[in-house]
Design a protein around this ligand. Structure first.
Ligand code: NG6
Ligand code: CA
Length: 509
């Protein structure tokens, strides 16, 4: 472009300002952003991260055209805190009640701080959350009435549109919520929910196991109200016309995302798309059931890959691919038996859901929080790359603020680093350190990881995962010893001391 044209553009932008209009040329240059978040997808669960038994061509295509991170981390080894971290840019352990949220939790995200979607709204984005929420709904100290307006919720923390599963797929109420209301609710059949005692007359998994399409693990509960032939955590009655069918969830939320893309094709948009896939209960659509040879967990991975393909196809057909950033990641590491006997354990064979990492969901070992992380944006990332840069999902807030030219007020997103150049594959400078959360906290700095002492159990026997708890300090060189076999704490007391002090300082800040 020659100088004259540039000056003309500047002049046009100036005139827009004078007329009180946003300069369209700038607005259109901002990329659309779609954050695709899988649930319980492990580091080794997709083919571009080493999965051999099944193929995930649509996810792999993102990696082939973008930056694939090998040291990308969720904030935590479970869902609620990881989601809190992304949306707030704040470590979840700074706030109480950020552990796995019960299905009747009130809103966990504070409404008095800017969130990632709220910041993007300021930048002119139209924002949506579609899929799993699991961050609570309603004011603290109140009881949710599922038949009335459900707020505060996503719309009060930065989203213009919400189409959500309120908690997890295994928690009642098993209904979609669109903006403030349960979808398809018949007011003559109101919903009652309790996490304390049985409500209504619906059969439960405990009383009527013969009505179940999959058995539950007797050690893990999940034997309360039966919805869609699957028993859940918690009791619900009513809302029959609103209850979801598990096999339709992926199709419904994918279509909602495609609709939102179509409706917002001329303005920059942000979609936080949180798939329910891989989380229990796993009951993907019939087009995927039985297709992976690995049982329903493998079938759910195929369904997730299909979802990614549908979204990328919609972008292609609207001509939006070039200027849309797609981020793909997972909220925590893998688990096979998380409460339902769906043959995930029996049919996993030689597949390693965590790839080369130790532990899994819930764990302080690497498989808890190190997850697949891919960023693709043709207009901004011209060259595909694999990056070993240390980076956290918590960094999206500051990085996207930088990308969209938004300021970050004091007190907002305090733990988020601007890693934009790294996300775009233009820098490989590590984050100075990163704190991750299994049970106890860990700090990763350079090649090393320090796990704080914890008296908790070594293994979560119900899910059969090593938790990484140890009564004294653990130090691993995760570059040389990625499986965290050799605890170097006794050999390197000075390093242990320095890292423990650093962690304490960050906690106190
Ligand atoms: C656990 C559930 C598990 C799953 C998890 C949340 C039991 C025994 N186990 O408490 O099934 O729902 O919470 O998973 O209730 S997460 O991915 O949303 O964090
Ligand atoms: Ca999860």
């Amino acid at each position: 472009m020659n100088m004259k044209k540039i000056r003309n553009l500047t002049l046009a932008a100036g005139l827009c300002y004078l007329a009180g209009l946003a300069p369209a040329v700038h607005a259109q240059q901002k990329p659309n952003i779609i954050f695709i978040y899988a649930d319980d997808l492990g580091y080794g669960d997709i083919s571009c991260y080493g999965m051999k038994k099944i193929h995930t061509p649509n996810i792999d295509k993102l990696a082939k055209q973008g930056v694939r991170f090998t040291n990308g981390y969720a904030t935590s080894a479970t869902c609620t805190p990881s989601r809190y971290g992304i949306l707030t840019g704040r470590y979840p352990w700074r706030q109480q009640n950020t552990g796995i949220a019960p299905g009747d939790a009130s809103l966990i995200i504070p409404t008095d701080h800017k969130t990632l979607p709220g910041m993007l709204q300021d930048a002119g984005y139209h924002t949506a959350v579609i899929g799993k929420w699991h961050l609570g709904i309603g004011a603290p100290g109140t009881t949710i009435d599922w038949n009335a307006d459900l707020k505060p919720g996503p719309l009060e923390v930065g989203f213009n549109y919400a189409y959500i599963m309120p908690a997890t797929l295994d928690r009642v109420p098993c209904v979609f919520v669109e903006n403030h209301r349960v979808v398809n609710l018949d007011q003559n059949d109101p919903i009652t929910v309790s996490y304390k005692h049985k409500v209504g007359t619906d059969p439960t998994g405990k009383e009527n196991p013969e009505k179940l399409r999959m058995r539950t693990d007797p050690n893990q509960g999940h034997n309360q109200t039966i919805v869609d032939s699957i028993s859940r955590i918690g009791w619900m009655s009513g809302g029959n016309s609103a209850r979801w069918k598990d096999e339709n969830i992926a199709g419904i939320i994918t279509q909602k995302a495609i609709d939102f893309i179509g409706q917002n094709k001329t303005t920059p948009f942000f979609i936080y798309f949180a798939s329910g896939d891989m989380h229990v209960p796993r009951y993907p659509n019939s087009q995927f059931r039985g297709k992976s040879g690995m049982g329903l967990r493998g079938d759910a991975i195929l369904q997730l890959d299909w979802t990614v393909g549908q979204i990328t196809h919609a972008l292609d057909s609207l001509g939006l691919t070039k200027n849309t950033m797609i981020v793909f990641s997972s909220d925590n590491g893998p688990v096979l038996n998380d409460g339902y006997l769906d043959q995930a354990v029996e049919l996993v064979g030689s597949h390693k859901p965590a790839g080369p990492l130790r532990g899994g969901k819930y764990s302080s070992f690497e498989a808890g929080a190190r997850v697949p992380l891919i960023v693709k944006w043709p207009a901004g990332i011209p060259k595909a790359a694999v990056s070993n840069t240390l980076i956290g999902q918590i960094d999206f807030y500051a990085s996207l603020a930088k990308l969209t030219g938004q300021p970050i007020a004091d007190g907002d997103a305090p733990d988020s680093y601007d890693m934009l150049q790294q996300l775009l594959g233009k820098s490989k400078v590590d984050r100075p350190y990163l704190i991750t959360q299994g049970g106890p906290l860990s700090i990763i700095e350079g090649d090393y990881k320090y796990i704080t002492p914890s008296k908790g159990p070594k293994v979560a026997t119900d899910v059969n995962i090593e938790l990484g708890n140890h009564p004294s300090a653990q130090l691993y060189n995760i570059k040389k010893d990625v499986f965290e076999k050799e605890n170097l704490a006794e050999k390197e007391p000075a390093r242990v001391k320095a890292m423990a002090e650093k962690l304490s300082a960050v906690k106190a800040a």
